[in-house]
Ligand binder design. Structure first.
Ligand code: FAD
Ligand code: NAI
Length: 465
């Protein structure tokens, strides 16, 4: 029987980072993954293919409209198979990259479905049905998540798709109806809108992107509406009937009222994700997931000795970088080091146009906590680089403690803000005051000056407007 210091079940950002860190620390490690490639949801059907399509579709849309403002006259023509191919090629290179890192760090990839079989044992069933048993001093569960389902809306990956299907539609839909105005719905809805689809988003709540600072969410909805995305908020989906040619989707106002029907070519169901623990053998070590299916942990330790859990299968934001942070901290802890994750500083990004990026508390959260705070804000229209590039949409907002000036949150909306939020992550990690950012020299002309100006705004000495 093969013996390991640590066996990790799942080869996504949680699992592969855990395996690589274990290898780096000299632990004998194996990673069990049932998918044909490493990288999990993120590399195969999540972060990476969605960003590939967002990038390509944004350029397609800019070529069709914004280029003309710059004096560049082109008439772009969509080659959808090529757009899909470049996405698939990049994904293939990235997943191979993880395989390379496994070899470099002496991690064994055990292919097949992993199942805990009592303390210190993992059974792996290969594609051929053969079962191998691994013996492990530590087991790390990193089995991720899957799309949530909605009664009456059956995903067939033909006409009614989840995110995986929406990343590989065979044609640009005439009309795409998205259920859920969350991150997946708005990112993938944006992709198909830019490529020419009419897009209608049906959302249960009376706002989009719950959890995002409300002022930012409002500006975001305005921007998407300007791009032609239609919203039906406060709407309860009651059913979806698929035929060969399309889908009839019915919904009614949450507050009561007449039902409506939308005729769509495709429907994307994106109402959240749930932890994935199917046939994992958790019961063999006495672990019972909570009511929503999450494995409960304390510093990545489960209730069973020697069994750890990280990533989407545990509580917290379902994000690749959260899984990665936990992977490193979990392995360092089980190796006797001081693993640490600062859960207050996990940034979020929506990779649309404009992008939305944030870290720390929203205004709503601070109000609910009864915390006294100050706000500094700066619009990109007053930033010289944004103006010269004709990219003036959005603003930066900084929230700081009223008494100590410590930065409590930063909320950005505008082009490229995904690349700028890291500045606030570092500042907050060092518990910086807004004045620290306000008095830090930033290069001119850059969009990052807007962040400094927003920080200056906390004490009311914004200059660039
Ligand atoms: P996963 O990546 O889900 O990996 C789990 C792996 O375990 C899977 O490969 C699965 O096959 C395997 N597995 C499960 N059970 C077993 C078993 N019993 N035996 C063997 N293998 C098993 N996050 C971001 O931070 N940024 C983004 O831009 C972003 N974009 C996204 C876009 C989409 C469309 C989606 C769906 C998600 C996106 N996410 C993004 C979320 C991100 O993909 C997840 O948070 C991340 O992948 C979680 O990592 P994980 O390791 O916990 O799980
Ligand atoms: P989400 O939680 O972001 O949004 C789901 C939306 O659906 C919410 O607005 C919710 O109110 C709505 N909803 C729930 N039930 C509904 C119903 N019955 N009818 C209509 N609307 C309903 O979930 P989403 O978009 O599926 O994404 C799942 C997760 O994947 C995200 O939370 C995020 O963690 C991760 N992700 C991250 C990305 C990024 O970091 N850029 C990109 C894509 C996904």
């Amino acid at each position: 029987m093969a013996q390991y210091d640590v066996v990790i079940i799942g080869g996504g950002p949680g699992g592969y980072n855990a395996a690589i860190r274990a290898g780096q620390l000299g632990l004998k490690a194996a990673c069990v993954e049932s998918r044909g490639t490493l990288g999990g949801t993120c590399l195969n059907v999540g972060c990476m293919p969605s960003k590939a399509l967002l990038h390509a579709s944004e350029l397609f849309s800019a070529a069709g409209s914004e280029f003309a403002t710059l004096g560049i006259e082109v008439a772009p023509k969509l080659n959808l198979p090529q757009m899909m191919k470049q996405k698939d090629d990049s994904v293939g290179q990235l997943t191979k990259g993880i395989e390379f890192l496994f070899k470099k760090n002496k991690v064994d990839w055990v292919k097949g479905h992993g199942r805990i079989a009592g303390a210190g044992k993992v059974e792996v069933t290969g594609a051929d049905g053969q079962v191998t048993t691994l013996e492990a001093k530590n087991i790390v569960v990193a089995t991720g998540s899957e799309p949530s389902s909605l009664p009456g809306v059956e995903v067939d990956q033909k006409r009614i798709v989840d995110s995986t299907g929406a990343l590989a539609l065979p044609e640009v839909p005439g009309h795409l109806v998205v259920i859920g105005a969350g991150i997946i719905g708005l990112e993938l809805g944006s992709v198909w809108r830019r490529l020419g689809a009419k897009v209608t988003v049906v959302e249960y709540l009376d706002r989009i992107t719950p959890g995002v600072d409300a002022e930012v969410a409002k500006a975001f909805q305005r921007a998407l509406t300007k791009q032609g995305v239609e919203f039906k908020l406060g709407a309860k989906v009651t059913g979806a009937k698929a035929s060969k040619k399309g889908v009839a989707l019915t919904f009614e106002p949450v507050k009561g009222g007449d039902a409506e029907t939308l005729e769509a070519d495709y429907v994307l169901l994106a109402i959240g994700r749930r932890p994935f623990t199917n046939d994992l053998g958790l019961d063999t070590v006495g672990i019972t997931p909570d009511k929503r299916g999450f494995i409960e942990t304390d510093h990545w330790k489960t209730s069973a000795p020697g069994v750890w859990a990280i990533g989407d299968v545990t509580h917290g934001p379902m994000l690749a970088h959260k899984a990665e942070e936990e992977a490193v901290a979990c392995i360092e802890t089980l190796a006797g080091k001081a693993g640490h994750v600062n859960y207050g500083i996990i940034p979020g990004v929506i990779y649309t146009a404009p992008e939305v990026a944030w870290v720390g508390k929203t205004e709503e959260e601070l109000k609910a906590e009864g915390r006294a705070y100050k706000v500094g804000k700066f619009p990109f229209i007053a930033n010289s680089r944004a103006k010269i590039n004709h990219e003036t949409e959005g603003f930066a907002k900084v929230l700081a403690d009223a008494a100590t000036d410590e930065i409590l949150g930063a909320h950005l909306i505008g082009p490229s803000v995904s690349e700028m939020i890291g500045e606030f992550c570092v500042a907050m990690e060092f518990r910086a005051a807004s004045e620290d950012v306000a008095r830090t020299c930033h290069p001119h002309p850059t969009r990052s000056e807007a962040l400094r100006q927003a920080a200056m705004g906390v004490e009311g000495w914004t200059m660039q407007a």
